[in-house]
Design a protein around this ligand. Structure first.
Ligand code: URA
Length: 429
């Protein structure tokens, strides 16, 4: 094949064969197909789309572009979880130990934050000493011993996704359903778990802006999982506002640890418990929401978290410090300029402000300030008086008036009471 012909083929709306897709991915990974041709193809896919068959072929070509993990030596049904990205998303930090506390092994590879989204790895690294790099053997050994490990994605896993994702990120080709589906599912398939829970976020802070698009993405991924024998359930969750109260890194660890100690709002705890119930069910363990919440209230989930931190060289004695309020050179309280109900907290804008405060990265190699971030005091639906604190911004750099205004523009207070729903829909195969 010639790449230029394949770009033209897709540009004209035709369908690729499996051989053509295999050729593209193989030659992209070796460097024979340059980035500029691959970006042209990604843009052609953006406008022309891909069929279900093409998406499945692309996913498997990507799986085959790297190593596959073999978790068969770990006893039991391994469940994995993946979110399509969000703001304040500390779900994995709570969910993984919670599920493990019922004896179900969780062997998870997570990612870093970029742009407005945060990443689980960055959050974990705010725990002094925490090591996210492990060899396959050490990773498997840890899961055998403790039933839980969260590490960074191995360099050898799905090489095509590393290259392609970085390219999509700078060529406005991230938010395309077949490319997101193949990116996520190739990583999940190559990581070796039997069953997969997908958290498909929707709304202002997510790649999918409408529930209809989120549903198509979710169904595509569930079908992909099924076609390769991995039981997959997708949950469409609301990312119009940030998840929970903390947006940053260290403060998200604090919120996770507090939740693992039985604290937190009823809505947030129930949300986590519902996700845990699905993951457990995927592993053949049926538990009531009450039974799951009791593992948050009575320390079993927290115990697994501490075990994981220890196994990955983190210092659990630092938790006292980790649970203190953020400490930065600058902080500003954001006050309500009127009384009413908080009606909107725009997740994308808040994610961008958190990034500008130092909690995130503009480009892949940027340095993160673990102490920087946003602490919300109110969530959508909450009542406020004029002058009450809605949120506090923390940074080790001067917080400009401009940034404060930018943050204020993400908040809307009206007279209308709303009650947001975390889980919008569940999609099973
Ligand atoms: N998350 C991924 O892993 N890949 C995408 O393409 C989008 C979100």
């Amino acid at each position: 094949f010639r790449m230029v012909d394949l770009i033209q083929k897709k540009r004209n709306g035709a369908q690729f064969s499996k051989e053509e897709i295999d050729w593209i991915i193989e030659n992209y990974v070796t460097g024979f197909v340059p980035d500029y041709q691959m970006s042209a193809l990604a843009m052609a896919i953006y406008f022309r789309g891909m069929t279900t068959q093409e998406t499945a072929d692309l996913t498997m070509a990507m799986v085959n572009s790297g190593k596959q993990f073999d978790l068969r030596s770990i006893p039991g049904i391994k469940v994995d979880k993946h979110s399509t990205g969000g703001v304040g998303d500390k779900v994995t930090l709570i969910l993984a130990p919670l599920v493990t506390s019922f004896g179900v092994p969780v062997a998870k590879m997570s990612g870093r934050g970029l742009g407005h989204t945060g990443g689980t790895l960055d959050k974990l690294e705010s725990i002094p000493g925490f090591n996210i790099e492990k060899s396959e053997t050490d990773f498997i050994e840890q899961v055998k011993k403790t039933n839980i490990a969260i590490i960074g994605q191995s360099e050898e896993l799905v090489k095509a996704d590393k290259l392609l994702y970085a390219l999509r990120d700078v060529t406005a080709t991230v938010d395309i359903i077949p490319l997101i589906a193949s990116s996520v599912m190739s990583k999940k398939i190559a990581s070796g778990s039997h069953a997969i829970l997908l958290d498909v976020t929707v709304g202002d802070g997510a790649f999918m802006k409408s529930v209809d698009d989120a549903r198509v993405l979710a169904q595509t991924m569930v079908d992909l999982g099924k076609s390769v024998g991995r039981e997959t359930v997708a949950v469409i969750t609301d990312m119009s506002q940030p998840l929970g109260f903390a947006i940053g890194n260290r403060n998200e660890i604090t919120e996770a640890v507090e939740t693992l100690h039985g604290k937190g709002t009823h809505a947030f705890r129930t949300f986590i418990a519902e996700l845990a119930q699905i993951m457990l069910s995927l592993a053949g363990v049926e538990k009531s929401i009450e039974a799951i919440l009791s593992h948050l209230d009575h320390g079993q989930a927290y115990e697994k978290f501490v075990e994981m931190v220890r196994a990955q060289n983190g210092d659990p004695d630092a938790f006292d410090h980790l649970c203190a309020p953020l400490k930065t050179a600058y902080r500003i309280d954001i006050l309500a300029d009127r009384a009413g109900f908080v009606t909107e907290e725009k997740a994308y804008g808040m994610g961008i402000v958190a990034m500008k405060l130092g909690a995130g990265r503009v480009t892949k190699n940027d340095h993160i300030d673990f102490e920087a971030g946003i602490q919300l005091a109110k969530k959508v639906g909450d009542k406020t008086q004029k002058g009450e604190v809605l949120a506090t911004l923390y940074s080790n750099a001067v917080i400009t008036d401009e940034l404060v205004l930018e943050f204020k523009s993400t908040l809307v207070i009206t007279d209308k009471a709303t009650s947001p729903k975390e889980i919008i829909e569940i999609i099973r195969s």
